[in-house]
Design a binder for this molecule. Structure first.
Ligand code: AP5
Ligand code: MG
Length: 217
Protein backbone atom coordinates (compact mmCIF):
# COMPACT_ATOMS: atom_id res chain seq x y z
CA UNK A 1 0.00 0.00 0.00
CA UNK A 2 1.22 3.49 -0.85
CA UNK A 3 -0.19 6.44 1.07
CA UNK A 4 0.30 10.17 1.34
CA UNK A 5 -0.47 12.02 4.57
CA UNK A 6 -1.27 15.62 3.76
CA UNK A 7 -1.70 18.47 6.21
CA UNK A 8 -0.12 21.64 7.59
CA UNK A 9 2.70 21.70 10.18
CA UNK A 10 1.51 20.04 13.38
CA UNK A 11 -1.48 18.33 11.71
CA UNK A 12 -0.32 14.93 12.96
CA UNK A 13 1.29 13.51 9.80
CA UNK A 14 4.30 12.12 11.64
CA UNK A 15 2.24 10.80 14.55
CA UNK A 16 -0.14 8.87 12.29
CA UNK A 17 2.60 7.76 9.89
CA UNK A 18 4.60 6.26 12.79
CA UNK A 19 1.59 4.21 13.95
CA UNK A 20 0.58 3.12 10.46
CA UNK A 21 4.12 2.04 9.64
CA UNK A 22 4.28 -0.06 12.80
CA UNK A 23 0.82 -1.64 12.41
CA UNK A 24 0.93 -2.33 8.69
CA UNK A 25 4.60 -3.06 8.08
CA UNK A 26 4.99 -0.03 5.82
CA UNK A 27 7.97 2.29 5.57
CA UNK A 28 7.50 5.86 6.83
CA UNK A 29 9.18 8.28 4.45
CA UNK A 30 9.35 11.69 6.10
CA UNK A 31 11.26 14.20 4.00
CA UNK A 32 11.53 16.40 7.11
CA UNK A 33 13.24 13.57 9.04
CA UNK A 34 15.50 12.76 6.08
CA UNK A 35 16.55 16.39 5.77
CA UNK A 36 17.16 16.67 9.52
CA UNK A 37 19.36 13.56 9.29
CA UNK A 38 21.29 15.19 6.42
CA UNK A 39 21.72 18.37 8.51
CA UNK A 40 23.02 16.28 11.42
CA UNK A 41 25.42 14.39 9.16
CA UNK A 42 26.71 17.70 7.72
CA UNK A 43 26.25 16.48 4.14
CA UNK A 44 26.13 18.88 1.20
CA UNK A 45 22.32 18.57 1.01
CA UNK A 46 22.10 19.09 4.76
CA UNK A 47 24.17 22.26 4.65
CA UNK A 48 21.95 23.71 1.88
CA UNK A 49 18.74 22.66 3.60
CA UNK A 50 19.56 23.90 7.10
CA UNK A 51 19.21 27.63 6.48
CA UNK A 52 15.85 27.16 4.74
CA UNK A 53 14.49 24.77 7.36
CA UNK A 54 15.53 27.05 10.22
CA UNK A 55 13.55 29.86 8.58
CA UNK A 56 10.57 27.57 7.91
CA UNK A 57 10.91 27.79 4.13
CA UNK A 58 10.70 24.88 1.71
CA UNK A 59 13.80 23.14 0.42
CA UNK A 60 14.04 23.04 -3.40
CA UNK A 61 11.92 20.57 -5.35
CA UNK A 62 15.01 19.06 -7.03
CA UNK A 63 16.56 18.13 -3.71
CA UNK A 64 13.50 16.47 -2.15
CA UNK A 65 12.38 14.77 -5.36
CA UNK A 66 15.90 13.35 -5.69
CA UNK A 67 15.83 12.06 -2.10
CA UNK A 68 12.44 10.36 -2.55
CA UNK A 69 13.22 8.95 -6.01
CA UNK A 70 16.30 7.21 -4.58
CA UNK A 71 14.60 6.07 -1.38
CA UNK A 72 11.52 4.41 -2.90
CA UNK A 73 13.77 2.19 -5.02
CA UNK A 74 15.21 0.52 -1.90
CA UNK A 75 14.00 -3.07 -1.31
CA UNK A 76 12.31 -2.21 2.02
CA UNK A 77 9.77 -0.03 0.15
CA UNK A 78 8.52 -2.99 -1.89
CA UNK A 79 5.71 -3.73 0.58
CA UNK A 80 4.59 -0.10 0.46
CA UNK A 81 5.28 3.26 2.10
CA UNK A 82 3.72 6.28 3.71
CA UNK A 83 4.82 9.66 2.48
CA UNK A 84 4.86 12.12 5.39
CA UNK A 85 5.62 15.69 4.29
CA UNK A 86 6.03 14.86 0.59
CA UNK A 87 4.84 15.99 -1.91
CA UNK A 88 4.58 19.61 -0.80
CA UNK A 89 4.32 21.43 -4.12
CA UNK A 90 2.49 20.71 -7.37
CA UNK A 91 5.89 20.13 -9.01
CA UNK A 92 6.74 17.47 -6.40
CA UNK A 93 3.33 15.82 -6.90
CA UNK A 94 3.83 15.71 -10.67
CA UNK A 95 7.34 14.27 -10.23
CA UNK A 96 5.97 11.58 -7.91
CA UNK A 97 3.25 10.65 -10.43
CA UNK A 98 5.88 10.34 -13.16
CA UNK A 99 8.14 8.20 -10.94
CA UNK A 100 5.32 5.78 -10.13
CA UNK A 101 3.75 5.78 -13.61
CA UNK A 102 7.08 4.69 -15.10
CA UNK A 103 6.58 1.48 -13.09
CA UNK A 104 2.86 1.23 -13.90
CA UNK A 105 2.06 2.22 -10.32
CA UNK A 106 0.18 4.95 -8.44
CA UNK A 107 -0.58 6.08 -4.89
CA UNK A 108 -3.46 4.15 -3.29
CA UNK A 109 -4.77 7.01 -1.17
CA UNK A 110 -4.08 10.55 -0.05
CA UNK A 111 -5.28 11.23 3.49
CA UNK A 112 -5.86 14.88 4.32
CA UNK A 113 -5.70 15.71 8.02
CA UNK A 114 -8.17 18.56 8.47
CA UNK A 115 -7.22 20.81 11.36
CA UNK A 116 -8.10 24.01 13.15
CA UNK A 117 -5.19 26.32 12.27
CA UNK A 118 -5.51 28.23 15.55
CA UNK A 119 -4.54 25.11 17.50
CA UNK A 120 -1.43 24.17 15.52
CA UNK A 121 1.04 26.42 17.32
CA UNK A 122 0.12 24.73 20.61
CA UNK A 123 0.73 21.34 19.02
CA UNK A 124 4.06 22.36 17.56
CA UNK A 125 5.60 24.14 20.54
CA UNK A 126 4.62 21.23 22.85
CA UNK A 127 6.17 18.59 20.62
CA UNK A 128 9.27 16.56 21.48
CA UNK A 129 10.69 13.20 20.49
CA UNK A 130 12.85 10.41 21.84
CA UNK A 131 16.45 11.18 20.90
CA UNK A 132 17.18 7.47 20.54
CA UNK A 133 14.26 5.96 18.55
CA UNK A 134 12.42 9.07 17.33
CA UNK A 135 9.05 8.24 18.93
CA UNK A 136 7.03 11.47 19.02
CA UNK A 137 5.46 12.96 22.16
CA UNK A 138 3.64 16.10 23.30
CA UNK A 139 3.75 17.99 26.60
CA UNK A 140 -0.05 17.74 26.89
CA UNK A 141 -1.46 15.43 24.24
CA UNK A 142 0.93 12.47 24.23
CA UNK A 143 3.00 11.95 27.34
CA UNK A 144 5.16 8.88 27.92
CA UNK A 145 3.48 6.33 30.23
CA UNK A 146 6.34 6.73 32.70
CA UNK A 147 7.41 10.35 33.02
CA UNK A 148 10.74 11.01 31.29
CA UNK A 149 11.06 7.48 29.86
CA UNK A 150 10.36 6.62 26.20
CA UNK A 151 7.51 4.07 25.89
CA UNK A 152 9.18 2.37 22.94
CA UNK A 153 12.88 2.07 23.79
CA UNK A 154 13.21 3.15 27.44
CA UNK A 155 15.58 6.02 26.66
CA UNK A 156 15.51 9.03 28.97
CA UNK A 157 16.95 11.36 26.34
CA UNK A 158 14.52 13.60 24.41
CA UNK A 159 14.93 16.36 21.81
CA UNK A 160 12.95 19.29 20.41
CA UNK A 161 13.20 20.49 16.82
CA UNK A 162 15.10 23.70 16.00
CA UNK A 163 12.19 24.93 13.84
CA UNK A 164 9.53 24.38 16.51
CA UNK A 165 9.15 27.96 17.66
CA UNK A 166 6.28 30.41 17.21
CA UNK A 167 8.16 32.65 14.70
CA UNK A 168 9.15 29.83 12.33
CA UNK A 169 5.71 28.27 12.55
CA UNK A 170 4.17 31.32 10.86
CA UNK A 171 6.54 31.00 7.89
CA UNK A 172 5.87 27.24 7.72
CA UNK A 173 2.12 27.89 7.70
CA UNK A 174 2.53 30.45 4.91
CA UNK A 175 4.52 27.93 2.88
CA UNK A 176 1.73 25.41 3.43
CA UNK A 177 -1.01 27.80 2.26
CA UNK A 178 0.95 28.98 -0.74
CA UNK A 179 2.66 25.82 -1.97
CA UNK A 180 1.03 22.75 -0.45
CA UNK A 181 -2.70 23.43 -0.05
CA UNK A 182 -3.24 23.36 -3.87
CA UNK A 183 -2.46 19.63 -3.63
CA UNK A 184 -5.86 19.10 -2.00
CA UNK A 185 -7.54 20.09 -5.28
CA UNK A 186 -4.95 18.16 -7.28
CA UNK A 187 -5.67 14.86 -5.51
CA UNK A 188 -9.41 15.51 -5.34
CA UNK A 189 -9.41 15.71 -9.15
CA UNK A 190 -7.42 12.48 -9.32
CA UNK A 191 -10.12 10.82 -7.21
CA UNK A 192 -7.96 9.47 -4.39
CA UNK A 193 -8.36 12.18 -1.72
CA UNK A 194 -9.87 11.23 1.66
CA UNK A 195 -10.28 13.67 4.55
CA UNK A 196 -10.23 12.92 8.28
CA UNK A 197 -10.82 15.15 11.29
CA UNK A 198 -7.27 15.77 12.51
CA UNK A 199 -8.54 17.56 15.64
CA UNK A 200 -9.93 14.35 17.13
CA UNK A 201 -7.75 12.56 19.73
CA UNK A 202 -4.77 10.71 18.22
CA UNK A 203 -6.36 7.25 18.57
CA UNK A 204 -9.62 8.41 16.94
CA UNK A 205 -7.72 9.85 13.98
CA UNK A 206 -5.96 6.48 13.63
CA UNK A 207 -9.31 4.66 13.61
CA UNK A 208 -10.73 7.06 10.98
CA UNK A 209 -7.70 6.40 8.75
CA UNK A 210 -8.01 2.63 9.27
CA UNK A 211 -11.69 2.84 8.20
CA UNK A 212 -10.69 4.60 4.99
CA UNK A 213 -7.97 2.07 4.24
CA UNK A 214 -10.35 -0.84 4.88
CA UNK A 215 -12.66 0.45 2.15
CA UNK A 216 -9.98 0.90 -0.52
CA UNK A 217 -10.37 -1.33 -3.55
P1 AP5 B 1 8.47 18.47 8.40
O1 AP5 B 1 9.36 17.76 9.31
O2 AP5 B 1 7.67 17.71 7.43
O3 AP5 B 1 7.55 19.44 9.24
P2 AP5 B 1 6.06 19.99 9.01
O4 AP5 B 1 5.41 19.74 7.71
O5 AP5 B 1 6.15 21.40 9.42
O6 AP5 B 1 5.18 19.08 9.84
P3 AP5 B 1 5.43 18.72 11.31
O7 AP5 B 1 6.42 17.61 11.40
O8 AP5 B 1 5.69 19.96 12.08
O9 AP5 B 1 3.96 18.23 11.73
P4 AP5 B 1 3.29 16.81 11.70
O10 AP5 B 1 2.08 16.93 10.84
O11 AP5 B 1 4.25 15.70 11.41
O12 AP5 B 1 2.79 16.73 13.21
P5 AP5 B 1 3.14 15.70 14.39
O13 AP5 B 1 2.59 14.35 14.08
O14 AP5 B 1 4.57 15.78 14.76
O15 AP5 B 1 9.34 19.53 7.56
C1 AP5 B 1 10.27 20.38 8.20
C2 AP5 B 1 10.96 21.26 7.16
O16 AP5 B 1 11.68 20.44 6.23
C3 AP5 B 1 10.03 22.11 6.27
O17 AP5 B 1 9.68 23.32 6.91
C4 AP5 B 1 10.89 22.31 5.03
O18 AP5 B 1 11.87 23.29 5.25
C5 AP5 B 1 11.61 20.96 4.90
N1 AP5 B 1 10.85 19.99 4.07
C6 AP5 B 1 10.37 18.78 4.47
N2 AP5 B 1 9.75 18.16 3.47
C7 AP5 B 1 9.87 18.97 2.38
C8 AP5 B 1 9.41 18.89 1.04
N3 AP5 B 1 8.71 17.82 0.60
N4 AP5 B 1 9.68 19.93 0.22
C9 AP5 B 1 10.39 21.00 0.62
N5 AP5 B 1 10.84 21.15 1.90
C10 AP5 B 1 10.58 20.15 2.76
O19 AP5 B 1 2.24 16.32 15.56
C11 AP5 B 1 2.58 17.54 16.18
C12 AP5 B 1 2.40 17.42 17.69
O20 AP5 B 1 1.00 17.30 17.98
C13 AP5 B 1 3.07 16.20 18.31
O21 AP5 B 1 3.63 16.52 19.55
C14 AP5 B 1 1.93 15.17 18.50
O22 AP5 B 1 2.12 14.35 19.64
C15 AP5 B 1 0.71 16.08 18.66
N6 AP5 B 1 -0.46 15.51 18.02
C16 AP5 B 1 -0.52 14.86 16.81
N7 AP5 B 1 -1.80 14.50 16.53
C17 AP5 B 1 -2.56 14.95 17.56
C18 AP5 B 1 -3.95 14.88 17.86
N8 AP5 B 1 -4.82 14.28 17.02
N9 AP5 B 1 -4.39 15.47 19.01
C19 AP5 B 1 -3.52 16.07 19.86
N10 AP5 B 1 -2.18 16.15 19.63
C20 AP5 B 1 -1.71 15.61 18.51
MG1 MG C 1 6.31 15.63 11.02
Amino acid sequence: MKLILLGPPGAGKGTQAQQLAKNRNLIQLSTGEMLRAAVKAGSEIGLKAKALMDKGELVSDDVVVGIIAERIEKPDCKNGFILDGFPRTLQQAAALDTMLASKGDRMDAVIELKVDYNRLVERIVGRYACANCGEGYHDRFKRPKVRGVCDVCGSTDFTRRADDNAETVTTRMMAYYRETSPLIGYYFCKGNLHAVDGMAPIEEVAVAIADILAKLP
